[in-house]
Each structure stands twice: as structure tokens, then as C-alpha cells.
Design a protein around this ligand. Structure first.
Ligand code: IPD
Ligand code: CA
Ligand code: CA
Length: 256
């Protein structure tokens, strides 16, 4: 079994834990005014840390709920979002995912994103293409923003920050076929990768939200940068992913 196959199997088992938590009922607490965390986030993170540590004992972790575990200068680092779309999960809206990426010497080499409700598994390995439930996926070929369906997200400090994405949301809505706000950055990226959306943008994201999905977009033939058109790194806090064909049009829109 390859490392990717092992990680995919672990992530699917993590999805079973999320489904069990829904059956059993979970408690919700607040990290901020609109930033929730549930028992399920913590249980899945714990499970992933334990299972992935067995696969690569020397690798460090950057996991949403526990932060850094191990040395952040380690050659191999797992970026983990145990539940991407916690607000959806807490409200019973069936659109959330588990996101796991492996970075080696600063570059993402493996990414897995899983929606345990639709049972869609997206995965990619650097240089080896992107897949949805085992079948190869490609970004769309729509080249005009007017004909594009986009997706975005808003930060948890949307009530107070100047970087609230409201002006960009308004501009792109008027210039495109539509903009969705679905609530899971990792799945939004995968939906760009398989051609359902032409592009996705968001500010104030973290590597655990986007590292796996960004690799999946790139391996599906798309383009991923930050808001300034620079190469995405694990330190980037803004992201623009697209089919490549509308990338510049979107960059111009985001700048205003
Ligand atoms: C959030 C989701 C949401 C995005 C936020 C993320 P969480 O992750 O991906 O779509 O807009 O920026 O923080 O908190 O549910 O893991
Ligand atoms: Ca997240
Ligand atoms: Ca999360």
C-alpha cells in the first residue's frame, strides 16, 4: 500500500468518526463570537495525530485545534484540519470535510480531502494528477469570468476586520454567473479541481484549510496563488485558486 493509499484509508475512518458523532450527538463550544468547535473536531484530530504518527514517526504536525506538535523546521510536516466546515457540521448542513496534507521540505507532496456525507474522496500526489473516488479530475475550460461560477469564504472576524471580503464579493457577483459561500475551504478547492467551480478565493485562511486542496487543484491542471499572484506557501494567508483561464481576471477583481 502506498503512503497515499494509507492516508486515504485513515481519512475515511476519520469520516466514520464524524458520522458517529452526528448519530450520538456532540457538544459545541465557542472559540470566538462565531467560531465554533465541537467534540468531533477534537476527536478526529486526536485520531489523525495517532494514526499519521505511525506512518511517518519523524514528521511534525500543524493541526488546527492543537497547533504545532514537533519541530516546525522538520523536513516532513502534516497539515491537518480534522473538520473543515465546523459551522455547517454544528447546524446539520451536510457540507464539511477532513483535510490532510503532507509537506516535504516546504512543498506539499500529498493531499487528501474527504466529505463523509457524500463519500467523495479527493486526493493528489505531486506530479501524479488529482482524483475523485479513484477517477482522474480536471479543472473546467471556461475562459470568461462572465460565464464562471465562483465560491468564496468570509473570515471569523468579518464583523470587525477591514479585510471582510464584502467589496470583493459584490464586485465578483456582478462580474460573474454567481458566487457561492458553501463553508468548507478544502471542499471549495476540490470543487474547483473537478470543474464544478471556475475559481475560489479567500483571505485569512491557514495552511490546514488549504494545503491539501491547493495541491489537488494544481494536479487537476489549475492555478493557485495568493491575492498578489505570488506562489502559495504554507505561510500564505490569502488564496486564489482557479482553472487558470480566469486567474488574471479574478486577480484584477480582487485588487479592485
Ligand atoms: C473554515 C471553513 C470556511 C472558511 C473559513 C475556515 P473551519 O474552516 O473552511 O469555509 O470560510 O475561513 O476557517 O473553521 O470550519 O475549520
Ligand atoms: Ca478549516
Ligand atoms: Ca476546522
Amino acid at each position: 500500500m502506498s503512503l497515499l493509499e494509507k492516508v486515504a484509508a485513515i481519512v475515511i475512518r476519520a469520516g466514520d468518526i464524524l458520522n458517529e458523532e452526528i448519530e450520538r450527538g456532540f457538544s459545541i463550544t465557542k472559540k470566538g463570537q462565531i467560531d465554533l468547535v465541537t467534540d468531533a473536531d477534537r476527536a478526529v484530530e486526536q485520531f489523525l495525530l495517532k494514526e499519521l504518527a505511525q506512518e511517518l514517526p519523524s514528521a511534525a504536525f500543524c493541526a488546527e485545534e492543537q497547533g504545532w506538535l514537533g519541530d516546525s523546521h522538520e523536513d516532513a510536516i502534516w497539515y491537518i484540519d480534522p473538520l473543515d466546515g465546523t459551522t455547517n457540521f454544528a447546524h446539520g448542513f451536510p457540507y464539511f470535510s477532513i483535510s490532510v496534507a503532507l509537506a516535504e521540505k516546504g512543498e506539499t507532496t500529498l493531499g487528501v480531502v474527504y466529505n463523509p456525507i457524500s463519500r467523495e474522496l479527493f486526493q493528489a500526489e505531486k506530479g501524479r494528477g488529482a482524483f475523485r473516488n479513484g477517477a482522474p479530475i480536471k479543472v473546467s475550460r471556461i475562459a470568461d469570468l462572465q460565464d464562471s461560477l465562483l465560491v468564496t469564504g468570509f473570515p471569523y472576524d468579518v464583523k470587525t476586520t477591514a479585510a471582510d471580503n464584502i467589496a470583493q464579493f459584490a464586485r465578483v457577483t456582478k462580474a460573474s454567473q454567481g458566487v457561492r459561500r458553501t463553508g468548507s475551504a478544502a471542499l471549495d478547492l476540490c470543487n474547483v479541481a473537478c470543474g464544478r467551480f471556475e475559481g475560489y478565493w479567500e483571505q485569512r485562511v491557514n495552511a490546514w484549510d488549504i494545503a491539501a486542496g491547493a495541491l489537488i487543484v494544481k494536479e487537476a491542471g489549475g492555478m493557485v496563488t495568493d491575492y498578489h499572484g505570488n506562489t502559495l506557501t504554507h505561510q500564505s494567508r490569502s488564496v486564489l485558486a482557479s482553472n487558470g483561464l480566469i486567474h488574471q481576471q479574478l486577480l484584477d477583481m480582487l485588487r479592485g
